[in-house]
Design a protein around this ligand. Structure first.
Ligand SMILES: Nc1ncnc2c1ncn2[C@@H]1O[C@H](COP(=O)(O)OP(=O)(O)OP(=O)(O)O)[C@@H](O)[C@H]1O
Ligand SMILES: [Mg+2]
Length: 242
């Protein structure tokens, strides 16, 4: 469904040149959940942004459902990829309901249909509509905000979900609860999911395949058992030990 072909991403600024992604190729299959793991700064978020078209690669191409992404089709493709941004990043001046409705409003979808979908999504992510829908994000805990971020990404029922550390920065209990919720959702929604985490255990628990990244490259992409039993190189071996 998603094909990254020889992606290189270079940032250049006053501080010099940073190669965030270095000749990375990856195919993500229809319906699979793939985890991107690696240490801070290895290029995980950048890879998601490249898939989503928020960043354009310096070299290489992105294919979504066989179509090469370019300026002419990126907006349409983006509507088919829900994006859970790192740190939830809700609009602080919009209520929970308005945050979830953002894209529906831009697209001019009927209000009644939007309202009904929001009710369903809040139930799906385990938030009580009466209590939360009309609150502003600041009144919500971090875990509750993360759930709203997931609901917002699901609003248009996209076939593909990109999630950037959706369970990051949460206490262990809330994180485990959200992970279990996600495992349940995954079965129910049958979407293609790419999620970023720096927690290898989380990746092993939730993903069909795990891609271990280091310095903008993929060191190994395999099923969890295979990574555990046959690490491809010293970096992966070391990463497993951490
Ligand atoms: N807009 C930018 N301008 C310049 N450099 C950037 C920019 N965005 C990212 N980088 C650099 O690119 C590299 C990869 O960043 P990226 O955000 O993809 O890392 P990450 O793996 O998601 O890290 P983390 O786990 O900390 O979120 C880093 O060295 C970062 O400093
Ligand atoms: Mg990141």
């Amino acid at each position: 469904m998603i094909h990254l072909q020889g992606i290189t991403l270079v940032f250049s600024g006053p501080a010099g040149v940073v190669c965030a992604i270095n000749d990375l190729s990856l195919r993500i299959r229809d319906g699979e959940t793939l985890a991107l793991v690696g240490t801070s700064g290895c290029g995980k978020s950048s890879t998601l942004k490249i898939i989503n078209g928020l960043l354009r690669p310096t070299r290489g191409a992105v294919f979504f459902d066989g179509e090469r992404l370019d300026a002419s089709n990126v907006f349409a493709a983006r509507l088919r990829m829900g994006y859970v941004i790192q740190g939830a990043a809700l609009f602080p001046h919009l209520t929970v309901r308005e945050n979830i409705a953002v894209m529906a409003k831009i697209l001019g979808l009927p209000k009644a249909q939007t309202a009904e979908r929001i009710s369903r999504l809040l139930t799906l992510v385990g938030l009580d509509e009466k209590r939360f829908a009309d609150q502003y994000p600041l009144a919500l805990s971090g875990g509750e905000q993360q759930r709203v971020g997931v609901a917002r990404a699901l609003m248009l029922d996209p076939p593909c979900l990109l999630m950037d550390e959706p369970f990051g920065a949460l206490d262990v209990i809330t994180r485990h609860q959200l992970q279990n919720d996600f495992a349940r959702l995954k079965q129910k929604l049958k979407k293609t999911v790419v999620f970023v985490t720096h927690d290898l255990e989380e990746a092993f628990k939730l993903a069909d395949r795990v891609a271990v990244m280091h310095q903008g490259k993929i060191m190994q992409v395999d099923a969890p058992e295979k990574i555990r039993n046959q690490p491809a190189n010293d970096f992966v071996r070391e990463f497993l030990r951490l």
